[in-house]
Write a protein that binds this ligand. Structure first.
Ligand SMILES: [Mn+2]
Length: 328
């Protein structure tokens, strides 16, 4: 709804082959939908009224023979197919809209560029806050404050500040643990701007890194850069993953890279297609993807480096920018 209409809160959108689109909204969002002035017909549905019945009636009126549905829960699917009484074939398939969303237009890229800049500022604040004696949540608060006071919306996902052994969990969360001297600290943050997301990770050591920490960090950084150099329109996502994975395998850390190299980003922080090792998908100009290899050693700690990257015809461009340094 947000993608097509530019505002949240619409309950359904019916797009007939010809003629006017109808957006269905409840009373609470009715005036906002009309004010959006997008040239569609705004239909109010009242509490107690069945939205699926309204859509079925409209579909019959427009003589729609085949209704393609992006997303519908089971209860609504049952109601809709019952109301249509077999007069119209219902197909649930989210991939059509996903394909549209995966390629960003220049206006979307503009918003994602701002989200990336805000996230980069947040990471600078996080780097300053990482020190022995600080709590994980204090680092998160500094990062989020730095983003929001510059105009960011709510975080794209729950901020991760995972320290010590907790940094070995890729989704290590953020708690009240006090960072200790010599701890690895994984900071994974994302600003939103006009609902568009960004995603960035840096890993720091509070204090002086050990030789082992530095070795792992250097391998992850090389893997990150190696994947970055692969990213361009027409390249298979599996080859981007392999570029990072091979570096970590050669360094002896292959078994500790426990996730895909990245994912698409947009109105949601994780959007398809995924940058999986076994995916046949090709990158296209206008995709915005993450490049985020990591090494996670249970009981020891983890290192991840991530940037959000815009795919272009002849290469790519980072939308999040920041130093690569283990020492904050
Ligand atoms: Mn990510």
């Amino acid at each position: 709804m947000l993608y097509f209409l530019g505002f949240p809160g619409a309950s359904a959108l019916l797009v007939p082959p010809d003629g006017e689109c109808t957006v269905y909204v409840g009373g609470v969002n009715y005036e906002q939908a009309k004010a959006a002035g997008k040239g569609f017909n705004v239909a109010l549905f009242r509490g107690g009224e069945n939205l699926m019945t309204r859509i079925a009636d409209q579909a019959k009126e427009c003589q729609i023979g085949r209704l393609l549905v992006d997303a519908l829960n089971v209860q609504n699917w049952q109601a809709l197919t019952t109301d249509l009484q077999g007069g119209c074939k219902v197909e649930v398939n989210c991939s059509y809209v996903q394909k549209l969303r995966a390629v960003k237009d220049p206006a979307e890229v503009g918003l994602m560029r701002v989200a990336g800049e805000l996230t980069s500022r947040g990471m600078e604040a996080a780097a300053e806050a990482v020190k022995a004696g600080a709590k994980e949540y204090e680092v998160a608060a500094e990062a989020e404050y730095a983003m929001r006071r510059r105009g960011a919306g709510p975080s794209a996902f729950e901020t991760i500040v995972a320290s010590g052994a907790g940094s070995a969990f890729p989704h290590g969360g953020c708690g009240d643990r006090e960072i200790r001297d010599g701890d690895l600290v994984v900071v994974d943050i994302g600003a939103t701007y006009n609902h568009y997301c960004s995603d960035m990770t840096r890993t720091f050591v509070a204090g002086k890194p050990t030789a082992k920490q530095q070795r792992i960090y250097d391998a992850v950084k090389t893997a990150h850069q190696s994947a970055f150099q692969k990213i361009r329109a027409g390249v298979c996502v599996a080859d981007v993953d392999a570029a990072a994975r091979n570096v970590l395998k050669d360094a002896g850390y292959g078994e500790f890279f426990v996730h895909r190299v990245g994912h698409n980003v947009g109105l949601e922080v994780h959007e398809p297609p995924s940058l999986n090792p076994d995916s046949p998908d090709l990158l296209a100009a206008g995709n915005v993807v993450t490049d985020e290899p990591g090494v996670y050693i249970s009981g020891f700690g983890g290192v991840r480096i991530e940037d959000t990257v815009l795919v272009q015809k002849d290469g790519c461009e980072k939308l999040t920018v920041g130093a690569y340094s283990l020492v904050p």
